[in-house]
Design a binder for this molecule. Structure first.
Ligand SMILES: NC(=O)c1ccc[n+]([C@@H]2O[C@H](COP(=O)([O-])OP(=O)(O)OC[C@H]3O[C@@H](n4cnc5c(N)ncnc54)[C@H](OP(=O)(O)O)[C@@H]3O)[C@@H](O)[C@H]2O)c1
Length: 322
């Protein structure tokens, strides 16, 4: 029997992190899992539950010296970051520490839509800055992008039966709503990650994992048909988005990553990328040099968008960040 792959996950309590943790824990014969918890979060129920499932939960201050973080990574094969850009500094430290500890694969927190590296989206450029740091160290890596979550793509229902975190979501029809893009159920992300990190073919490569292609018009139509509710389309034009982007860029000159300006700019750039530029497709991913997870792992069954709609409408799950 081959030895288990020892994996450490930062951001294990978050939405992406939970998807990754669930998938790793589903094959205990393949993975030994460590969760890196920041000290104030150590007592959270999620870490107690991980611990009960055999996860090694370590209290690690990623804001501290890289050398101390590296000690906590001794013997780890793969480090996966599911942090957000608010923790950019912490992720840079984690990269340095992973290098110091000699890990054999680092997965930075990308998990986004297809996007060229520079000049399109600030959020993407910040992620590329992390990758630059990885490459300067010749740290072995894998980039994983996933498209746009189903979970951020449905508008709330007029009845109030389903609520969503509007400010993080594409709850307006962008342009004329006819641009198809790649969607993923965030509950599936972990399934892909578990396969990718065990696969030598994906080392020092980018992999694109998505579930289905939809246009926003079709999404809204299906959501209305399933719920029987009249869904407001509330469109936003290319010109309106460009205006918000230019205001956001001006505000960001004085703002920081925690600021409202960053959220405003970031979301407008995402919407522009998805609905106007149309970057987020498997064809563009191939052009940018990504491997396609559907080709690598044809046996992985992705959840359908209609299944997600149904789960949300029937109250099986809640939209994230609520
Ligand atoms: N493709 C898409 O549609 C899409 C949508 C959303 C997000 N994403 C991407 O997915 C990735 C993860 O985002 P997410 O929304 O899943 O994250 P999230 O749910 O907000 O979770 C963030 C995680 O970071 C941890 N954390 C926060 N501050 C920390 C610190 N100082 N030190 C250590 N850990 C800290 C949190 O842990 P505690 O608070 O428990 O300590 C939590 O586990 C990002 O790259 C994001 O851009 C993609």
């Amino acid at each position: 029997m081959s030895p288990k792959i020892r994996v450490a996950v930062a951001g294990a309590s978050g939405v992406t992190g939970s998807s990754v943790m669930n998938a790793l824990l589903a094959t205990p014969e393949t993975f030994e899992v460590t969760a890196l918890a920041r000290p104030p979060s150590l007592g959270k129920q999620v870490f107690v539950e991980y611990s009960q499932q055999g996860v090694i939960v370590k209290s690690v201050e990623l804001d501290g010296p890289a050398g101390v973080v590296a000690q906590n990574l001794a013997g780890i094969d793969v480090v996966i970051s599911c942090l957000t850009l608010r923790q950019m500094k912490e992720e840079m430290t984690l990269v340095t520490a992973a290098h110091e500890a000699g890990v054999s694969r680092y997965v930075p927190s990308f998990f986004g839509p297809v996007c060229p590296p520079r000049g399109v989206m600030l959020a993407r450029e910040m992620k590329e800055n992390i990758l630059d740091h990885v490459k300067r160290l010749y740290l072995p890596y894998t980039i994983i992008d996933v498209g746009w979550w189903y979970q951020l793509s449905l508008p709330r229902l007029p009845s109030g039966k389903v609520r969503v975190k509007e400010e993080y979501s594409t709850t307006q029809i962008i342009g004329d709503g006819t641009n198809p893009w790649s969607f993923v159920d965030n509950r599936d992300i972990g399934k892909y990650v578990a396969r990718i990190i065990a696969d030598p073919k994906t080392l020092n490569k980018q992999v694109f994992c998505y579930s289905e292609m939809w246009t926003q018009n079709d999404v809204y139509e299906s959501w209305g048909a399933l719920t029987g509710e009249s869904i407001t389309r509330n469109p936003i034009t290319k010109e309106e988005l460009l205006q918000i982007i230019s205001e956001g860029e001006a505000e960001m000159a004085h703002g920081d990553l925690e600021s409202a300006a960053m959220l405003k700019l970031g979301m407008a750039q995402y919407k522009y990328l998805l609905g106007i530029r149309g970057d987020n497709t498997p064809e563009h991913a191939k052009y940018l040099g990504y491997l396609d997870a559907k080709e690598l792992y044809p046996d992985i069954v992705a959840s359908s968008f209609k299944n997600y709609m149904n789960d949300l409408f029937t109250g099986n799950i809640k939209a994230p960040y609520i």
